[in-house]
Design a protein around this ligand. Structure first.
Ligand SMILES: [Fe+2]
Length: 298
């Protein structure tokens, strides 16, 4: 019975979140668009006309993922990468450690409060925010953010290694800012083509453990790409609608800043994005108007 209900919810919303959460997000997005259009038309200083994003926006619309090159200015990029890698030298700076224990993780999460404040203030690139504003025609807000490193660990198994959609609202976009050059050898994620992802949605793929019944392995084998890029690039994908899966790094580690965005009528600088508590949040806002959190990571 529960599964039938999940299936019905997936049919309407592409996720299994509560009906009220989904409706609140739809209303929230509608109001965000209205608010944005109003401000764009009546306040001439209301930023953005970066037509250079056109290709990436079209690609994201069509394929549900895209790569944006060089999101930091050169001095910022070097400062951020070097500060984060020096923080990683000390285990005391980690929120979650890797260990050889049975329940170990191959993913370590950095405690952002250990990063120098002047560097922390620069880690969310304005180029990323402007890109998303153009894409959504709305302001955006952050509901989750982590800085993590994956290291080679052949024994590590995780449900994320199965093809899946994240259980997030329709409009959610995940942005992974690469701090190391990333490809298939150091854990670049696998991203399915938009066409197959859309097919999986129409086949009501609401549970990753049912993947073999919904996704034809022979098709999926030839229709994915790696979320690869150079340090300083950002990879975006609609994590609720684009099939993806994590892979273990084979040769070297990969460090990324992962930020989850949703469209919002709050301006991002009103959001106090660097408040410490925001970094702990691993779940969506169940109510986008009040920012009531779903769950915390640590
Ligand atoms: Fe995921």
């Amino acid at each position: 019975m529960k599964n039938i209900f999940k299936k019905i919810k997936f049919y309407f919303f592409f996720n299994t979140l509560s009906i009220s959460t989904n409706l609140l997000y739809k209303i929230h997005f509608f109001l965000s668009n209205l608010n944005f259009l109003f401000k764009k038309n009546f306040f001439t200083n209301y930023f953005l006309n970066d037509i250079n994003f056109l290709n990436e926006i079209n690609f994201l619309n069509k394929n549900l993922y895209c790569l944006l090159k060089n999101v930091y200015t050169t001095p910022n990029k070097e400062e951020i990468i070097s500060e984060i890698s020096s923080c990683y030298q000390n285990d005391k700076n980690l929120l979650r450690k890797s260990s050889s224990a049975k329940d170990s993780y191959s993913t370590t999460i950095l405690d952002p409060s250990k990063i120098k404040p002047n560097i922390l203030n620069k880690i969310i690139p304005i180029k990323v925010i402007n890109f998303l504003k153009n894409y959504f025609n709305s302001n955006v807000k952050i509901y989750s953010m982590h800085i993590y490193r994956t290291t080679p660990d052949v024994n590590y198994i995780n449900p994320s290694f199965l093809w899946h959609f994240d259980n997030v609202p329709f409009y959610s976009v995940k942005c992974m800012i690469l701090l190391t050059d990333t490809d298939s050898t150091n854990g670049a994620m696998k991203i399915m083509s938009g066409k197959i992802s859309k097919k999986a949605i129409s086949n009501k793929f609401y549970d990753r453990y049912l993947h073999s019944t919904v996704i034809d392995e022979n098709i999926s084998k030839f229709n994915y790409e790696y979320a690869s890029g150079s340090a300083g690039d950002a990879f975006f994908f609609h994590n609720g609608r684009c099939l993806h899966k994590a892979i273990n790094p084979l040769l070297k580690s990969r460090t990324v800043i992962v930020i989850d965005f949703v469209p919002s009528f709050c301006k991002i600088d009103d959001n106090k994005i660097l408040e410490y508590s925001h970094f702990y949040n691993a779940g969506i806002y169940v109510n986008p108007f009040t920012n009531k959190k779903q769950e915390t990571l640590i």
